[in-house]
Ligand binder design. Sequence first.
Ligand code: PEP
Ligand code: MG
Length: 323
Amino acid sequence: EERELGRLRSKPSRTLDGSDIALYANAESLDDVARAHVLGAAGLGLYRTEFLFLQRNQPPDEEEQFQTYRDVILGMNGRPVTIRTLDLGSDKVDRSGLTLPHEGNPALGVRGVRLSLAHAPVFETQLRAILRASDYGPVRILVPMVSSREEIIAVRRCLKKVAAQLREQGHPVAQRLPLGAMIEVPAAAIGMAGFIGLVDFVSVGTNDLVQYLLAADRNNEALGELYSPLHPGVLRLLAHVIRLGAEHGKSVSVCGEIAGDPRLVPLLLALGLTEFSLHPATLLEVRRCIRASHLQQLRDNAGKLLQARSRSGIERWLKRNSA
Ligand code: PEP
Ligand code: MG
């Protein structure tokens, strides 16, 4: 079985009826990057930058960030790398001094893009490092915890300022890097039409989206199955985001853990997803499931999936539609 999986490294992620599905990898270390490359990931769909900021008393400077991002980009050897800007918050253990010492409800607090916009110098340093590194390969910038059009406008303003400064200082900077929003706040998913025109792509962070939609803490094991993507409300919203992206010609990926769960492949394909970003550990298994799937058949059955009234209804659909 290991050998059979191994053979999939060089195989396309193509469905039985000939559609190519893009499998990107999530990474947070150079080890992950190396694995992603070896497994034939289409690129990095989510490179988390938080770890650079954790376990230290000062945020990393521009040079350190630049070198790290450059090494990640070089490690992917020309395949696109999606760098997510800092997603710190007091939900993470942090000594950098950026997060608030105490928040009553950290998951709903100053985190992600909110924190970045509250610390302009830190955000600009990160953007400078990303823009400089983008000279070494194709880069996209992904912004976490977006909830409004205004935040995208503010991020674009920062990006523009930083790019102009860098050019003035003689650094080569790509004309325009693709900018994307994480869709993980319910209002951003429901109201995506309001800002989709301002971004080049979106990536659905289902880990947080599920938590916020179901009012179920993603880290609280006492909640058991209450925290689950297999809820009719979650699937409807996912379907909406995927459809809206397609209508606007914008790429939509899912980078939450569900994209790396082989059992959920038929469901995500049925909803119209064509880009997955997942941990390298399950990339080959997901590829195997994709290769055993008939895309058109699944899409034809999407109506039934969206009519399911409960978790068990969704599970029955999955049983009937698994390869
Ligand atoms: C998510 O929320 O689904 C996600 C991919 O981001 P993180 O797990 O880093 O919050
Ligand atoms: Mg998230």
